[in-house]
Design a protein around this ligand. Structure first.
Ligand code: FES
Length: 111
């Protein structure tokens, strides 16, 4: 592991588990994190929806008119920008996001 600024990259899964347009849910300490792959981009966001704890990793991906990748929570349809965690209706950053990368066939996040 390399020290990267103050945070350490944490190995969470094999990158093979995450297909394009899909998500996986991983548990890191007390955090449940949804990791999405959209083309060449990876996103990591709080896996429990800020509304009532729905499973964000089971949500559908879509693009906003501005070209931002979003996920829609499967329980009641709240939608979040994956890069920022901003809820698209009230524009508040309700979901925490995490740095994520693919390295040597593994997915790594910083908490
Ligand atoms: S729990 Fe996600 S929209 Fe309600």
């Amino acid at each position: 592991m390399e020290p990267d600024s103050q945070n350490t990259w944490i190995d969470v899964a094999s990158a093979d588990r995450l297909s394009d347009g899909q998500a996986i849910e991983v548990v890191v300490g007390e955090h449940i994190i949804a990791i999405f792959r959209d083309g060449d981009s990876l996103y990591a966001i709080d896996g429990l929806c800020a509304h009532q704890g729905g499973p964000v990793a089971k949500g559908e991906l879509s693009q906003t008119d501005a070209g931002k990748t979003c996920v829609t929570c499967p329980w009641h349809g709240w939608q979040y920008e994956l890069a920022t965690g901003i809820q698209t209706v009230n524009r508040q950053p309700l979901q925490r996001t995490f740095p994520v990368r693919e390295k040597d066939g593994r997915l790594e996040v910083q908490i």
